[in-house]
Design a protein around this ligand. Structure first.
Ligand SMILES: C[S@@+](CC[C@H](N)C(=O)[O-])C[C@H]1O[C@@H](n2cnc3c(N)ncnc32)[C@H](O)[C@@H]1O
Length: 253
């Protein structure tokens, strides 16, 4: 499925912009990632961008995990998958507890001779944005990620205190000040991910942090990321230039 086609259907659905969706889409296609894991799907917007890339390459599957509460979202993931025709490429898992618990089930399913067999090429972590579940999820995901596979964290700058939806809640008001003002994912990134001996090729782009599990394909996929971000900055520059030209023409007329 072409990017434009999926963006036409989910482009206005929260919580991922088409610009971000394009990066995920291009990354999957250029690295030929096939087995993908997502923690936190919400409405399923990011899942559709990734599913569309798998559909375009004709192979691969996305397992994506969220809480049961995601069923109440409007729109919810199943309807988006139906609208895009991507249901066969994406399996949503609804957890009654947490993705950490569902990751335990995946670990149990993929054991051989008492060792975890890594199965994923790429994992997108965009869930709780909190130290406890996501710090732990990182170590679980590391076990399931193939050598040469990539992990991507969203929202490195997110804090409870700056969240428009949460900062006024009783729950957040009762938190210790340092807990609610600290960017938890940034701490997971700088204290756990970038110091982990199995990872390298760290790349921070705005709110996103990319890391590759050491393996054989590093130069290829690092080059793929370079070219994706270069393409994005060229098209953003082009859009800015076009805006300026249109503004000047409008002013003159
Ligand atoms: C930012 S949203 C995901 C957005 C989605 N990836 C996108 O870009 O379209 C985060 C989601 O993570 C889910 N979540 C948070 N903590 C979780 C946990 N411990 N287990 C499962 N899901 C969780 C929330 O329910 C929420 O839907």
């Amino acid at each position: 499925m072409k990017f434009e086609e999926v963006a036409r259907i989910v482009g206005k659905v929260p919580l991922m912009s088409p610009e971000e969706g394009r990066i995920l889409y291009d990354f999957i296609i250029s690295t030929k990632s096939q087995q993908i894991l997502e923690l936190g799907f919400a409405h399923g917007t990011s899942s559709c961008y990734m599913g569309a890339a798998l559909h375009e390459q004709g192979t691969g599957h996305l397992i994506t995990i969220d809480n049961d509460s995601a069923k109440e979202r409007e729109p919810e993931i199943e309807s988006l998958l139906e609208a895009t025709g991507l249901s066969s490429y994406v399996t949503p898992i609804y957890s009654q507890t947490s993705y950490s618990w569902e990751l335990r089930a995946l670990l149990e399913q993929h054991q051989a001779d008492g060792m975890t067999q890594p199965i994923f090429d790429f994992c997108f972590i965009d869930g709780a944005h909190a130290w406890e579940p996501d710090g732990f999820a990182f170590f679980l995901v590391e076990k399931l990620l193939k050598p040469g596979g990539w992990i991507l964290f969203d929202d490195l700058d997110w804090t409870y205190a700056s969240s428009p939806g949460l900062r006024g809640s009783e729950f957040v008001r009762a938190m210790p000040v340092d807990y609610k003002t600290t960017a938890h994912i940034e701490r997971v990134w700088s204290l756990l991910v970038t110091q982990h001996s199995n990872f390298h090729n760290f790349r921070r782009e705005g709110r996103w942090g990319w890391a590759e599990k050491k393996g054989e394909t590093s130069t290829q996929s690092r080059a793929a990321l370079d070219s994706i971000y270069l393409k994005q900055s060229i098209s953003a520059d082009g859009a800015r230039l076009l805006k300026k030209i249109v503004k000047r023409i409008v002013r003159r007329s």
